[in-house]
Design a protein around this ligand. Sequence first.
Ligand code: HH2
Length: 262
Amino acid sequence: MGIVNVTPDSFSDGGLFVGVEDAVAHGAHLADEGADIVDVGGESTRPGADDVAVREELDRVVPVIEGLCRARPDVVVSVDTRRAIVAEEAIDAGARIVNDVSGGRDASMLGAVARTGAGMVLMHMLGDPRTMQDDPRYGDVVAEVHEYLRGRVEAALFAGVVPEQLAVDPGIGFGKTLEHNVALLHSLHRFGDLDAAVMVGASRKGFLGALTGVEDAASRLEGSLAAAVVAALGGADVVRVHDVAPTVRAVAVADAVRRGGM
Ligand code: HH2
């Protein structure tokens, strides 16, 4: 999954693709580089980010989704949103997956996704982006995130979301310390029993900067590739990344090893 952030303030690429044409061209470029899914988001969820008005979020993502679906009908487009209203309009515009970092907390979200038959990513986040990195604590982070996602899968299925269309994501960096992120990647295989695909988004994130000593987020390629390979070996079905071409090549090796041959 390649990332298109139509935001002025995303942590590693904010402001680069705020114009519709630039964002559509970037999404098409990620598809050319080998992304099977292109994720379009209009709200930064970096630690400390403020909420975006609904109208603003719609104005950012809907024209880009329409443009991308028109330009590249072969690409699966997902919308990165916590709001049911944005999800619905994005699906009308051509999106086929809703990527919800809040795990479907908006009371109307699961029903909206179920009605459309769209795919859904349920991610774990502790609290909300404004406060999630203020001293996050868990007794056993892997067990607690697993239990949370189990409950969200159950809620989604109860609401009528198609089981084959579900993915879970432990939410690297969303209310987690360096140790929590490493523990979740180390034990990723444990999320394989949730009857859902497993997705991981570690690309360019702060814990990679801490582990590698690379401060500039856009320069964290090696750390991001290592995390994608680790995730693939741990059973991830989808990795959400900024740097698509190098990730496709790195994950091709990891996938072959995981399968034990070609
Ligand atoms: N991470 C980000 C946004 N959406 N969705 C899922 N499912 N998993 C993730 O790990 C995830 C996500 C944050 O990264 P990014 O979009 O690059 O930054 P920002 O939130 O600042 O726009």
